[in-house]
Design a protein around this ligand. Structure first.
Ligand SMILES: [Zn+2]
Length: 131
């Protein structure tokens, strides 16, 4: 059914340790969250393409208090919004690894890690500030 499970390919790729994102097959614009129809040209067709896990910090926040489902991240932990130049600067969320200080505009590289959330193993992005 159109409109349901549009991001299934994203999760399937993450479970293989890879990042894939949808790009409009007509106008070429990268799209995230995964839509069922392009908001620019109206196309219903998307090509899912592998994207390198390299970006720059667009924004970040530090969470000081643990809450249910985040125990695996340690405390405090930093969540990043990362802009991906290789995919039209769309932004993805992920947890910063290590104790380094995040800075807006800093380059980061990512990989996929699994977190235990409510008893389920969920793949997600982890970012590290590039040397
Ligand atoms: Zn389009």
């Amino acid at each position: 059914m159109k409109g349901l499970g549009q991001d299934a390919r994203y999760w399937e790729a993450l479970s293989r340790g890879q990042l894939e994102l949808p790009r409009c097959a007509e106008c070429g614009r990268w799209r995230w969250p995964a839509p069922f129809r392009c908001g620019d040209c109206g196309s219903w067709s998307f090509d899912w393409q592998a994207v390198e896990m390299r970006g720059v910090i667009y924004s970040w926040t530090r969470t000081w208090h643990p809450f249910e489902g985040t125990e695996g991240f340690g405390s405090p932990f930093v969540t990043l919004s990362v802009a991906l130049p290789g995919a039209g600067d769309i932004r993805l969320m992920g947890v910063l690894e290590g104790k380094g200080e995040p800075a807006i505009g800093a380059p980061v590289t990512g990989h996929v890690a699994t977190a235990e959330v409510y008893g389920r193993a969920i793949p997600g992005l982890r970012w590290a500030v590039s040397a």
